[in-house]
Write a protein that binds this ligand. Structure first.
Ligand SMILES: NC(=O)c1ccc[n+]([C@@H]2O[C@H](COP(=O)([O-])OP(=O)(O)OC[C@H]3O[C@@H](n4cnc5c(N)ncnc54)[C@H](OP(=O)(O)O)[C@@H]3O)[C@@H](O)[C@H]2O)c1
Length: 244
């Protein structure tokens, strides 16, 4: 285990088998944290664990199932850092997407984050840090992404409420709000031609005209974890998208 700014800390990262979660888990491990990653696909988790190294562990977990989330936290004596990055995206017009799809999306990506907080907080008796994950769609209107936008807005509100609720207990809560980040999330249900058109329209709205990298979000995560006065923030890491 390397020594660094997170030496001796225990970090749980949901969605840590790929993309943003994996980059965050790697960054925490490089700084000395003992890292547990959670996701549904055993193979993806194993690849993630191998990439993180530093004795990281993977626990098969579907965060939409409260029992899975409870089992993820049960063996841990304490948790210092929780980053909830599990979730996906679903694109489509309001009158085309089946309502059940939004419920499924919220079950994992919203209630999964709440459920992880519910389990993690009792493991943080001496304080801790929680990083939720939303997205700029919580603040900037995005056509054909109404469910995801509503979800991101809900996560931002959750983060602020928990920051106020848990601050007196020494637990800081902040929200990572990524813009367009290279990875798999946008590919969820879009056909290749739709992905290309979504990308070009979105890149036009981003002053830097390029997507960010998962590592950019990991740097922001390190800032929020190590800055001891950061609480209740929703941090947009979006190349200036929401500034326009
Ligand atoms: N990439 C972007 O541009 C962007 C922008 C804004 C917000 N976000 C959000 O940031 C988060 C991470 O995005 P990403 O780009 O890193 O996507 P990603 O590479 O697809 O990673 C998502 C991870 O979450 C896991 N996951 C999904 N549903 C889960 C569930 N029910 N239980 C446990 N694990 C689950 C997936 O693993 P399994 O399938 O193995 O479970 C996967 O490892 C997502 O919530 C995404 O919507 C992404």
């Amino acid at each position: 285990m390397p020594s660094g700014r997170l030496t001796g800390k225990v970090a749980v990262v949901t969605g840590g088998g790929s993309g943003i979660g994996l980059a965050i888990a790697k960054r925490f491990a490089e700084e000395g944290a003992s890292v547990v990653i959670a996701g549904r696909d055993r193979d993806r988790l194993e690849r993630g664990v191998a990439e993180i190294g530093h004795a990281a562990r993977g626990v098969t977990t579907d965060v939409s199932r409260d029992g899975d989330v409870a089992a993820l936290f049960a063996p841990l004596e304490r948790v210092d850092i929780l980053a909830t990055c599990a979730g996906g995206a679903h694109f489509g017009a309001i009158d085309e997407v089946e309502p059940g799809t939004w419920r499924e999306l919220f079950a994992g990506r919203f209630f999964g984050q709440m459920s992880a907080c519910h389990q993690a907080v009792p493991k943080m008796p001496g304080g801790g840090v929680i990083l939720l994950c939303s997205g700029v769609a919580g603040q900037a209107g995005l056509a054909n992404y109404s469910g995801g936008s509503a979800l991101c807005g809900a996560v931002n509100a959750l983060g602020r409420a928990l920051a106020v609720e848990l601050g007196p207990r020494g637990i800081r809560v902040n929200v990572l709000s990524p813009g367009l980040i290279a990875g798999t999330a946008i590919k969820s249900n879009l056909a290749p031609n739709e992905q290309a058109s979504f990308l070009s329209r979105t890149l036009e709205r981003i002053p830097m005209h390029r997507p960010g990298k998962p590592g950019d979000i990991a740097e922001a995560a390190m800032f929020l974890v190590t800055c001891e006065y950061a609480n209740g923030m929703v941090l947009d890491i979006d190349g200036g998208w929401t500034a326009g």
